[in-house]
Design a protein around this ligand. Structure first.
Ligand code: MD3
Ligand code: FE
Length: 201
């Protein structure tokens, strides 16, 4: 894993936040639910790109080309994120999915692995915006030891090699730690963007 601390300066963070607001205006936030139990996630989500990650009680975790509520195609991935992918990924093709996770002050994400993609040779690239989050990462098995680090607005994480299939999660948000304007997403404490390749080339 590579942690690029505050890779994006304030001006770029404002551009990224504006791009998120535009995506949300075209593809509204939805609340995913757990497979089988239907328990709602505390994080709200939307996507851009040719494929988006969704989850619900009946069909579970999956990537699909249409928004689960509007049935519309996801908006395009903003240029600034396509540039980040081409600079950092070392992958011979563009990302297919950009998942946008919106955390309220009390939202968390339990320890999990990202394994719904078909191409694990591609890295995952994450961008954090807004309030600081306590991030936890372990190893390839749930019981492996973990370590924690803070993700701050503008930070980029590159998950490749062994880290690509590591267990990870967000333990808590530190509300009020960023003054980045959130626009109409005024309830959003933190926003995380993840760029992913889903299919084999
Ligand atoms: C480590 N998101 O969307 S980003 C997710 O902050 C997710 O919203 C968290 O986990 C968030 O799946 C963490 C950092 C991250 C993203 C993908 C990873 C870490 C990862 C994939 C493999 C290992
Ligand atoms: Fe994840």
């Amino acid at each position: 894993m590579k942690h690029l601390s505050q890779y994006f300066d304030r001006e770029s963070q404002v551009i990224l936040m504006q791009a998120v607001l535009e995506v949300v205006s075209l593809a509204p936030l939805f609340t995913p639910t757990m497979p089988r139990t239907g328990k709602p996630f505390s994080v709200r989500m939307t996507n851009c790109g040719s494929l988006g990650w969704v989850s619900d009680k009946t069909a579970g975790y999956r990537y699909q080309a249409a928004h689960p509520e509007t049935g519309e195609a996801w908006p395009a991935i903003p240029q600034i994120l396509l540039e980040l992918w081409s600079k950092m990924s070392g992958y011979p093709g563009p990302p297919e999915a950009c998942l946008i996770n919106v955390y309220g002050p009390d939202a968390k994400m339990g320890l999990h692995r990202d394994e719904d993609e078909n191409d694990f040779s591609a890295p995952v690239i994450s961008v954090s915006l807004g309030d600081t989050a306590r991030f936890r990462i372990g190893g390839p098995k749930r019981k492996d030891p973990t370590r924690s680090l803070d993700l701050v607005s503008g930070d980029v994480l590159l998950l490749d090699g062994e880290s690509r299939l590591a267990y990870h999660g967000i333990d808590r948000i530190k509300p009020g730690t960023s003054d980045l304007p959130r626009g109409i997403l005024d309830e959003a404490a933190r926003i995380n963007l993840t760029l992913r390749r889903v299919t084999l080339p």
